[in-house]
Design a protein. Sequence first.
Length: 389
Amino acid sequence: MVLIKPQSLKENEMKPLEGIRVLDLTHAHAGPICTLYLAAMGAEVLKIEPPWGEMTRAFPPLVKDISPYFSFLNRNKKGITLNLKTPRGLEIFKELVRKADVVVENFSPGTMEELGLGWETLKTLNPGIIYASISGFGHTGPWSKRRSFDAIAQAASGYMWLMRESVNPDGPPLLAPEAIADTIPGLTALAGILSALIKRSKTGYGDRVDVAQMDSMIAVLQSIGFWTMAGTTFKKALSMYDIQVSGCHRTRDGYVMISIPPGRMEEKLKEAIGLDELTWEGVAGWMAERSRDEVVELLSRAGIPVAPVLNLEEVLTNEQALAREMIVKLYSPNLGDLTLPGFPIKFLEAEGDLRKPAPALGEHNKEVYCEFLGISEAELEELRREGII
């Protein structure tokens, strides 16, 4: 195992993955969100980009030439540049592999082999290396060579079909509003990497982790079990289980969501709103006469599962989100003060956070190449002139 000397922190501030070094070759979303979480938990993540930068740096709208998308996904990472399509660039990367614990990439299957950096090569360089790949359809199977992004995986996994059923069964298939078919595979890869690290602590050997977007999305679809066993979907089954007043209701000044399973919760709702019988019209009428905050306060006090439907501005100032440090402030030298989501895993005896800004292109070249690999500043400048870094 390759260990980095820990910073002097109080015992209860030790980050869980401190001492783990990650070589991050990823771009777009699925890979970077995986390495984002590794960085939040204390891993030293070296984000390796080509000298011209990875694609998400150009994702619009640009604010002072910086993408909000890149800023969100690449916090807490060290940024270096390296051209893997040059012989010297490959040599340098192999040196990094010898000193690393994890390599993560989301190139099209076969790309790393074409570069001479496939699994057989990496494990020869470092038997303890964990090599994780995220791709659209995995590295095996008849679709393995096909390219993919979030929308492609939503389509291929059945998710878009389920979205249509949820919104308008007679309409066209629909995309989710956020890149869920990138995020779920990224977090699936995270689980695989953490599992491989535990396995390595027992055996001394690394492993190959192969994660596909399509696989990851299929794996979390409750509807497949409902479909194969009962010929229905999770959404339809939920409508059978919940009483018919469950759903989104309009109040005098906004919307609330309630979810009422049958049984005692029905009786609680009747008591709370003073109805002998629960009907959609009756509940909707009661809600419409009151403010959103009044409805939430009354129903939550009665033990009813309820929440206001918040817009993003309201989420940013929400007392619960702030109490849980899910909205955090950080300072960027180029952008000034930023407000971004915090880290959702809360440890009692450890620390995890995302308050360091995303790196500028090649910001940590000198630190990594000179201090870590022992390359002289003169050679570093030569590498820059030759387009290797």
